[in-house]
Design a protein around this ligand. Structure first.
Ligand SMILES: Nc1ncnc2c1ncn2[C@@H]1O[C@H](COP(=O)(O)OP(=O)(O)OP(=O)(O)O)[C@@H](O)[C@H]1O
Ligand SMILES: [Mg+2]
Length: 407
């Protein structure tokens, strides 16, 4: 099988999916805008060929370039894209080239949060009460109907950008002032609940691998308070009874949206009364090291698993869930360059056997803009078979490890 893989060098997970594809025996052709010389080694080592285009986002030019490129080898069998901004573009390429996989209409249901929820409502799935709005008047009318508190967010958002909780009419006026640059927003009932993921790898409409994680705290809070060290905790025991509504919700969503083959990443709310409410879904893997913590949970290779599902329609090995695995993102105090890292040695003296990955910015490195990065100034990954123990270790990393920056 000849697979064209979109942007094999970026973002960080893509080189590993490239490797996974190659390991299935597929011919892997990469297309991207990075010069071949700066592709991460893992990507370069597992590509059969690479086409660099000057502008990856110019659809017609991209189609033309790919057509010319693959003609001498008799065309390709699939186009795969696991990067959110490229999903619709690649669906268009598939349609133009008559290739199987997700169409533009199908992909739109995973990109446009309003259309997504309309499709789910039509299937009787519990979503937050919602409407879309393009004017301030429509936002006020929606607020009137839905009531406070509510959430206002872009219909095609990512990373909680321009997403606000609104507690009353005055707050609404304040938020309307902040979102003037967003052309279309979704106005939603605020769901007060724990936030989980439901992630799958599917082939032919069958779930081959499923996963659940827990965000601590909820992303909206984690991304608006700088001193928090946000965690994603990948759960070992996803069959606990209280999570059952999430499985049913996730399965119903995949069915309603007609998902067939590939990776999915759904976010959902688990309310105190046990109800599961839909959040959002992407036809792609989660970012921010979530695939890595799946691997640490199962001691498996989910990157390769995805590729096997795409190329062979099955996984080559059974998956066993052995650990809860948590990634804890750290944010430095102060601005400028990292000056010192405190507490790491003391912490490791206690928890070292449970730490599987340490990736912190080195001393001297400029700290990252915490609003624009999910991985912050670095992270630790820890794991433990017992959930309580895993949470305690993760919280220790949150409180006892500190990075300091200064100009
Ligand atoms: N209806 C809601 N009720 C309560 N909280 C919500 C609601 N909608 C969004 N949020 C909060 O805002 C966060 C971001 O919203 P959402 O996941 O829809 O957007 P996003 O920007 O695409 O997210 P991502 O960060 O996953 O890319 C959610 O994780 C949740 O914490
Ligand atoms: Mg989200």
């Amino acid at each position: 099988m000849k697979v064209l893989f979109f942007s094999p060098g970026f973002p960080a997970e893509m080189p590993h999916f490239t490797r996974g594809l190659k390991q299935t025996g597929a011919t892997v052709l990469g297309v991207g805008d990075q010069p071949e010389g700066i592709l991460p080694e893992v990507a370069r080592d597992h590509l059969d060929a690479y086409l660099r285009v000057p502008n990856l986002w110019d659809g017609p030019a991209l189609l033309e370039a790919i057509r010319r490129w693959v003609e001498p080898i008799g065309g390709i069998d699939r186009i795969e894209c696991l990067w959110e901004p490229g999903m619709l573009l690649c669906a268009g390429l598939r349609e133009a080239m008559g290739l199987p996989g997700m169409s533009v209409a199908q992909t739109t249901l995973f990109r446009d949060k309003e259309k997504m929820k309309q499709a789910l409502d039509a299937a009787g799935i519990r979503t937050p009460h919602h409407t879309s709005a393009t004017t301030e008047a429509q936002c006020r009318a929606a607020a009137e109907r839905i009531g406070f508190p509510l959430i206002i967010k872009p219909i095609a958002g990512a990373g909680s950008a321009d997403t606000y909780r609104v507690d009353g009419p005055d707050d609404l006026e304040r938020v309307l002032g902040l979102i003037r640059h967003v052309p279309e927003v979704s106005v939603e009932e605020f769901i007060d609940a724990r936030e989980h993921t439901f992630d799958t790898i599917c082939a032919g409409g069958r779930i081959l691998f499923r996963n659940m994680a827990w965000y601590r705290p909820n992303p909206l809070i984690g991304r608006s308070v700088q001193w928090i060290s946000p965690q994603t905790v990948n759960l070992k025991d996803i069959w606990r009874p209280e999570l059952a509504p999430g499985h049913r919700l996730g399965e119903a969503v995949l069915e309603a949206l007609g998902f067939r083959t590939g990776f999915t990443h759904m976010e959902w709310f688990l309310k105190e009364d046990g109800e599961a409410v839909f959040g959002e879904i992407g036809a792609r893997p989660p970012g921010a090291r979530s695939v890595d913590i799946m691997n640490y949970t199962c001691d498996t290779d989910v990157y390769r698993g995805w590729a096997e599902a795409v190329v062979h329609g099955r996984l080559s090995e059974p998956v066993e869930r052995k650990y809860n695995a948590a990634v804890i993102f750290k944010r430095a105090q102060g601005d400028g360059r990292i000056q010192r890292i405190e507490g790491l040695e003391r912490l490791l003296a206690r928890i070292a056997p449970h730490v599987v990955c340490i990736d912190l910015l080195p001393i001297g490195a400029p700290r990252r803009n915490w609003k624009q990065t999910l991985i912050s100034d670095g992270y630790l990954i820890v794991r433990h078979p017992n959930l309580e123990a895993c949470l305690e270790i993760a919280d220790r990393v949150g409180t006892e490890l500190q990075l300091y920056a200064a100009p």
